[in-house]
Design a protein around this ligand. Structure first.
Ligand code: PFF
Length: 455
């Protein structure tokens, strides 16, 4: 009944799956978003809640997603339907896959714009545009970039094309090849930057900022942001990990693999924080600078430090690699669906999807210039797409996956697919996926809603 392999291909081995999924997980979320939302939400207090969310909600749901993908061996939409049938339920569960595909488009649209900024900064650092600049100048460069729709369009387009090329290559010649080249480079660059930052003289301040726990700094909104970010950073709730799971070897252990991926992702976020904040403090800059933290604060810091030009270039190169491997995973679920359901070739699927996300991206791109006054619930399209996906659609998608796997798939199916070595580990996972993960999402949602209504 369950297929040995997906029609799209299979990862060469377990480590390729781990690296590919880590490539999906590690992205702008870890290096751009995590440090600035931690900075905005009180540092250590936020980090602690975030770690809880990763462990109690993220890890069990990631296991659930990989399980469904590998059992269904198809795109998330079709795997959800297939496994629902297998368990004797309605094919309507495919709608969770549909919501995920939609979330993927939305995320891609603003992700690609930020990735475009990164490409611009790689070029800028490489060509010496950032030598010897002060805060004001750095702010000006960033704001000028945001105001310049045409330049943004060029870099956004280039990024979409970079992703399309990999998607067109398919699982083995595209995704796997990109993983093999980019992931080792990413780890090397991260390590080099950590050593550089550890020598900045302000490592202790950076450490303290990330790990010093101050409960007063925490609000319910910060808890929602932490939960949403746990989903975003692990690429959960929209099908990326489910799609990658469908290419995973039948015998590979899901539990150990998922723990490795979550640990690597968390490690990269913390190291990125430890690489960024010491540099910020060494230059007396503000850790709570918001989305501009990486694009304004860091270039100033780099420009004032020995070797800053080279390390700044390497830093943005690393961020570019990370964004690239993540964006590939945002497009894969849709591509797999188009190939298996509409019979499109990989090339056609990638052109069609590339066009859709490129066009949607124009909305996010315009938020900083031409269409800055088009507001939805008081937010620009860029902010709205970020808020809607990270804080609503992904947690909701994860909530339904948890319900589906915990309550609708049979015990035999999940036990067989997970094949955990210790019976206790299975019971712990099952309890978490049935009770803890869904109620954590529900409670955090409800408290936020209550607070907004009461305000
Ligand atoms: N996990 C990626 C990051 O942290 O940047 C972003 C992402 C990729 C989110 C894929 C969701 C997704 F499905």
């Amino acid at each position: 009944m369950h297929k040995k392999q997906s029609i799209h291909g299979a990862w060469a081995n377990r480590w390729i799956f781990i690296l590919a999924a880590t490539g999906s997980a590690v992205g702008l979320g870890n290096i751009w978003k995590f440090p600035y939302i931690a900075g905005e939400n009180g540092g250590g207090a936020f980090v602690l809640v975030y770690l809880f969310c990763i462990l109690l909600v993220g890890v069990p749901i990631m296991m659930a997603e990989v399980l469904v993908g590998r059992r269904g061996r198809q795109s998330p939409i079709n795997s959800m339907r297939e496994t629902a049938y297998e368990a004797g339920h309605h094919g309507r569960w495919a709608s969770v896959g549909w919501m995920g595909a939609l979330a993927g488009f939305f995320i891609f649209s603003f992700y690609s714009v930020v990735a475009g900024w990164v490409l611009y900064y790689i070029a800028g650092m490489g060509s010496g545009q950032f030598i010897d600049i002060g805060s004001e100048q750095a702010g000006q460069i960033f704001n000028n970039l945001l105001a310049d729709a045409e330049t943004l369009l060029i870099w956004h387009t280039l990024f979409v094309v970079m992703v399309m090329v990999v998607i067109a290559g398919g699982v083995n010649k595209g995704l796997e090849r990109a993983t093999r080249v980019l992931m080792p480079l990413l780890f090397v660059l991260l390590f080099v930057l950590l050593v550089y930052s550890a020598n900045s003289g302000y490592f202790a301040e950076g450490w303290d900022f990330l790990f010093h726990f101050e409960p007063e700094a925490l609000s319910w909104n910060a808890v929602l942001v932490a939960l949403g970010h746990a989903f975003f950073t692990l690429s959960l709730g929209m099908g990326s990990i489910m799609a990658y799971g469908s290419y995973m070897g039948k015998r590979d252990s899901i539990g150990g693999t998922v723990l490795t991926i979550a640990a690597l992702d968390t490690l990269v976020a913390l190291i990125a924080g430890l690489a960024i904040f010491p540099i910020v403090f060494a230059n007396q800059l503000d850790p709570g600078a918001g989305p501009g933290l990486m694009f304004i604060t860091l270039p100033v810091a780099f420009s004032q430090m020995a070797g800053g030009q080279v390390f700044g270039f390497l830093f943005f190169l690393m961020v570019g690699f990370a964004a690239w491997t993540s964006a590939i995973s945002l497009m894969e679920p849709g591509a797999a669906w188009l190939v298996e359901t509409l019979g499109l070739s990989r090339v056609r699927a990638s052109i069609l999807l590339g066009f859709i996300v490129w066009a949607l991206g124009l909305l996010a791109l315009g938020s900083f210039n031409v269409t800055a006054d088009w507001l939805v619930f008081g937010m620009t399209a860029f902010d709205f797409l970020d808020f809607l996906t990270a804080n609503i659609m992904l947690p909701l998608g994860g909530f339904f996956v948890a319900l589906f796997v915990g309550w609708y798939l049979t015990r035999e199916m999940t036990e067989d697919e997970l094949a955990l070595r210790w019976p206790l580990a299975y019971e712990a996972w099952r309890f978490t996926i049935r009770y803890i993960a869904p109620s954590a999402v529900a409670v955090i949602f409800a408290l936020n809603l209550y607070q907004k209504l009461a305000a």
